[in-house]
Design a protein around this ligand. Structure first.
Ligand SMILES: N[C@@H](CCC(=O)N[C@@H](CS)C(=O)NCC(=O)O)C(=O)O
Length: 201
């Protein structure tokens, strides 16, 4: 198998975290999606990372489809969704909303420069998505709904992914809330291989 990846994408990270949690060890093949790497072009018409090329050559695009494939093909490994899949998926959706808003902001800044996208109505809306999404995740961590006990499920992995991506791309942004419970959760899992080996850089 080959995982076409880069070192910054939160979508790549989610797929890598899921692969590691499911016991699938693949050293990522680093490509630059923006440079139209031919391996990525061939495997994925959208030329996006992550793309997982299976041993028989079948390409799988989309982080959540990779998670779905893992769940379908590795039923004996601990589930990323746990016993209450609806709750886990619901919380995962909050984190993905933050990730989408953050990535969208970073990409559209390149398009609109020198005008700062962040100050446009859509940019303000994306920032609100990040702030409110993180407020909701913080409340979930605070109440114990997002918890570090046991195997981390997809919601916990996605929440840590969102938190670390915001720290990476929007370092010390004054419009983000304080997130002590989420930071404590991330700290508890910091040495877990899926978390530690996939940090954005
Ligand atoms: N929905 C996709 C999003 C993947 C994605 O947008 N990846 C970005 C990197 S963060 C990329 O490869 N962008 C290149 C492009 O959009 O051309 C997923 O979940 O995998």
């Amino acid at each position: 198998m080959q995982l076409l990846a880069n070192t910054t994408s939160p979508y790549v990270r989610l797929a890598r975290m899921a692969l590691i949690e499911k016991g699938v060890e693949i050293e990522p093949t680093i490509v630059d999606p923006w440079a139209d790497d031919p391996r990525l072009r061939e495997a994925n018409a959208a030329t996006r990372v992550p793309t997982l090329v299976l041993d028989d050559g079948t390409p799988l695009a989309e982080s959540l489809l990779i998670v779905q494939w893992l769940e379908a093909t590795r039923p004996d490994a601990p589930s990323l969704l746990g016993a209450d899949a609806a709750s886990v998926l619901s919380r995962t959706g909050v984190a993905l909303g933050v990730i989408d808003a953050a990535v969208h902001t970073i990409i559209i800044r390149k398009v609109t420069a020198p005008t700062l996208f962040d100050d446009t109505p859509v940019g303000v809306r994306r920032r609100r998505s990040m702030r409110e999404g993180m407020e909701r995740l913080e409340a979930m961590a605070s109440s114990g709904a997002l918890s570090a006990s046991g195997m981390p499920r997809l919601d916990v992995l996605a929440a840590i992914d969102a938190l670390d991506y915001l720290d990476f791309r929007f370092t010390n942004a004054p419009w983000l809330p304080d997130m002590p419970a989420l930071r404590a959760l991330a700290g508890t899992l910091a040495q877990r291989p899926s978390v530690q080996r996939t940090r954005p850089h």
